[in-house]
Design a protein around this ligand. Structure first.
Ligand SMILES: [Fe+2]
Length: 229
């Protein structure tokens, strides 16, 4: 019987997560979206100016992916038809008004409780310090950067408590020290940045990006086993 470490016999090679295609909202937001992704540690490998005046960017999650076909994040402006569809949905459901459809209100409440409730994607970091430094810079930018001020929503989850080494490291963390939210698992952390510079999901208003760190040496961690209390 095959184990989880063996690939199914019908396939000859390995596979990996290839790319994500993200969209920024307006042509003018392109360079700002690219700057935000650079602040998140992604590496820009191409900036192509399209005939309509918008930028098409290729980023990689780590420089090692530059020549490869995986680890890629493409970033471009929302296509016209998608923008028009989103506008029609917003008008029909009163999105952004004081009489939003009940389903929109309910969805907002769920997203407020849990940043993972709807579409998002996660980037795994091998250094907790890198993650902390990135999010310290985002916290500062959200307060002081003329272009990014107020456009980032930052949320943090600690791993479930119970490992004294992990708990002590997180108590001493400039990001996690005061955090009382918890992930669905142990021995790792999550950090979320939601921004209205990018658009995704059913409401097309924001994009949620997740960054994770897993403490080394534990088989049971936030990304290996989901734990539901
Ligand atoms: Fe997630």
């Amino acid at each position: 019987m095959a184990t989880l470490l063996e690939k199914p016999a019908e396939f000859k090679g390995a596979r990996s997560m290839g790319h994500m295609a993200l969209h920024y909202k307006t042509k003018e937001d392109g360079p700002l979206a690219a700057r935000l992704l650079s602040m998140l540690g992604y590496v820009e490998t191409q900036d192509l100016l399209l005939p309509n005046g918008s930028h098409f960017y290729r980023f990689v999650v780590d420089p090692r992916h530059s020549p490869r076909g995986d680890g890629i994040v493409y970033v471009s402006v929302i296509p016209d038809a998608q923008r028009d569809l989103t506008k029609a949905i917003h008008e029909a459901l009163g999105v952004g008004t004081d009489h939003e459809h009940a389903t929109v209100v309910a969805m907002r409440e769920k997203l407020e409780e849990d940043p993972e409730y709807s579409f998002h994607y996660g980037t795994l970091m091998e250094s907790l310090e890198d993650l902390e430094n990135i999010f310290l810079a985002l916290e500062d930018a959200n307060k002081n950067d003329p272009q990014l001020k107020g456009r980032l929503k930052l949320v943090y989850n600690r791993g479930l408590p119970g490992n004294s080494d992990v708990d002590a490291r997180l108590d001493a963390s400039p990001i996690y020290g005061g955090v009382t939210r918890y992930a669905y698992g142990k021995n790792g952390v999550q950090a979320f940045v939601e921004t209205d510079i990018l658009a995704s999901g059913v409401l097309g208003e924001t994009m949620m990006l997740e960054f994770d760190y897993v403490f080394p040496g534990y088989d049971r961690h936030v990304l290996s086993i989901v734990e539901w209390e």
